[in-house]
Design a protein around this ligand. Structure first.
Ligand code: GDP
Length: 444
């Protein structure tokens, strides 16, 4: 997707700065210009980009930096923070509560991905132990109820809809009432978004909203909408006052920056992003993780969350991560899980360093690469596996032995250890951040 190119360009701009013969104000300004261009080309709102540039300049205060300051590190951090700020609404989204009926209503234009995303979200909650159901209030599109029925049946989620009732307000109200009586905890209401005239669309939305009284209204935005995202989300916000955004089709060729800027325009948190057509292609959105992934720094939190949702046995790794540790054995477990979790193209970005390593590889090549990594781990002793990896640096002959035993090269062993090292650093950082979590971008 184009956002990956954006990440690559921003990264390259920062890296080039580190390589410049003299890191002076001119080089710093050049980097800012390149980052700004990349963002504008990715459809991020021009005003936001100008602000970001100003913020980075004001944070770094280049001419006031002491001569021995680690300029590159400071600049890198300022860039990271400014990017996070663009997608951080500084507002928390609604948190669904267990033991009560939480009604979530979807709004958005037809084709944005509402029906698909409703089922994905229902599955997400179901996997987390909520009693979940779907209501189809799209009475316009002939195939809408069928589509929802099919998706819901596949995901084993109870649903409600009507082939005869033409008033979406009645269907929505009846469905929500029925499921509330049956003590469902998550009731997701899909709406149509079909009206071409905004007035009629918004009038219907408001009627459904007052009939079902949702705890959370979610606007679904197609990533490919570009600069129009801002006007559209403002219009929806004024009428439906949604409290959260889900951006779909982030796997497509769209620049995506427009949709992402909508968060700043409406001060509304993005709660999830859709990353494909499959039921599992829904990722929880977190500003730090998103930027981290965008810049190829991995997304430890996202990975942990994804693994949890798949209910794999991760106790040992979780315990270590909670303690700020990440051993070679933990790395091996992650690689094995990733192989099981498939499609690699989706997961590579979550593991620090992996997206870079897998760059340009298709899923098959990537799969082979992961297999070789597991062979490497299989040739290690228990002592090595349970170490933090430094043992290999202290005694490099170990790497030669492992490479020989696994039929790989020393370079591959080094690569694996350097990734594990990055994960270990991130685990350490996460432990440090544990107290500061939940500041924004929370799930519903
Ligand atoms: P609705 O009219 O808003 O209910 O939209 P649909 O749910 O019917 O989706 C429209 C099309 O977008 C369908 O073909 C979906 O499969 C597709 N779609 C939805 N979300 C995603 C996504 O995250 N990635 C991709 N690639 N396609 C998606």
């Amino acid at each position: 997707m184009v956002l990956q190119d954006l990440g690559r360009r921003i990264n390259a701009a920062v890296t080039d700065l580190g390589r410049a013969p003299t890191l002076d104000e001119k080089a710093f300004d050049g980097m800012l210009k390149e980052i700004s261009n990349a963002l504008v080309e990715a459809d991020v709102n021009v005003k936001l980009v100008a602000n970001l540039r100003k913020t980075i300049k004001n944070t770094v205060k280049f001419h006031e930096l002491p001569p021995h300051a680690n300029k590159k590190r400071l600049i890198q951090k300022a860039v990271f923070d400014a990017l996070v700020d663009i997608v951080n609404p500084h507002q928390n989204a609604y948190q669904a509560k267990k033991g009560k009926s939480n009604v979530i209503m979807f709004v958005g234009l037809q084709g944005a991905g509402k029906t698909t995303t409703c089922t994905k979200l229902a599955r997400w909650y179901q996997a987390r132990g909520f009693k979940t159901c779907l209501v189809c209030a799209d009475t316009f599109r002939a195939g809408a109820f069928d589509q929802l029925k099919q998706n819901a049946t596949k995901a084993k989620i109870p649903y409600y809809g009507s082939l005869t009732q033409t008033d979406p307000v009645v269907v929505a109200r009846d469905g929500v009432e029925k499921f509330k009586k049956e003590k469902f905890e998550i009731i997701i209401v899909d709406t149509s978004g079909r009206h071409h005239q905004e007035d009629a669309l918004f009038a219907e939305m408001v009627e459904i909203q007052s009939a079902v009284q949702p705890h959370q209204t979610v606007m679904v935005l197609d990533a490919s909408i570009g600069q129009a995202a801002e006007a559209q989300s403002r219009a929806f916000k004024e009428t439906a006052d949604f409290g959260a955004i889900i951006i779909t089709k982030t796997d497509g060729a769209a620049a995506g920056g427009g949709a992402i800027s909508a968060v700043a325009a409406t001060h509304t948190p993005i709660v999830f992003i859709g990353t494909g057509e499959h039921l599992l292609d829904l990722e929880k959105f977190n500003p730090e993780s998103f930027v981290s992934k965008l810049l190829g720094m991995g997304d430890m939190q996202g990975l942990v969350e994804h693994v949890q949702s798949l209910k794999l046995d991760q106790k040992e790794t979780m315990k270590n991560v909670a303690e700020g540790k990440f051993t070679v054995r933990n790395m091996k477990e992650q690689i094995e899980n990733i192989s099981r979790m498939g499609p690699l193209s989706k997961l590579g970005g979550m593991v620090p360093g992996l997206s870079g390593l897998m760059q340009g590889m298709d899923d098959e090549e990537g799969g082979m690469k992961l297999k070789r990594m597991v062979f490497i781990c299989d040739s290690m002793t228990n002592k090595e596996l349970d170490s933090d990896g430094k043992i290999f640096v202290q005694e490099p002959t170990r790497m030669v032995r492992v490479a020989r035993g696994s039929g790989t090269s020393v370079r591959e062993v080094e690569e694996l250890l350097s990734q594990q090292g990055m994960m270990a650093q991130m685990a350490k950082r996460m432990k440090g951040m544990a107290g500061a979590q939940g500041k924004g971008g929370n799930p519903m």
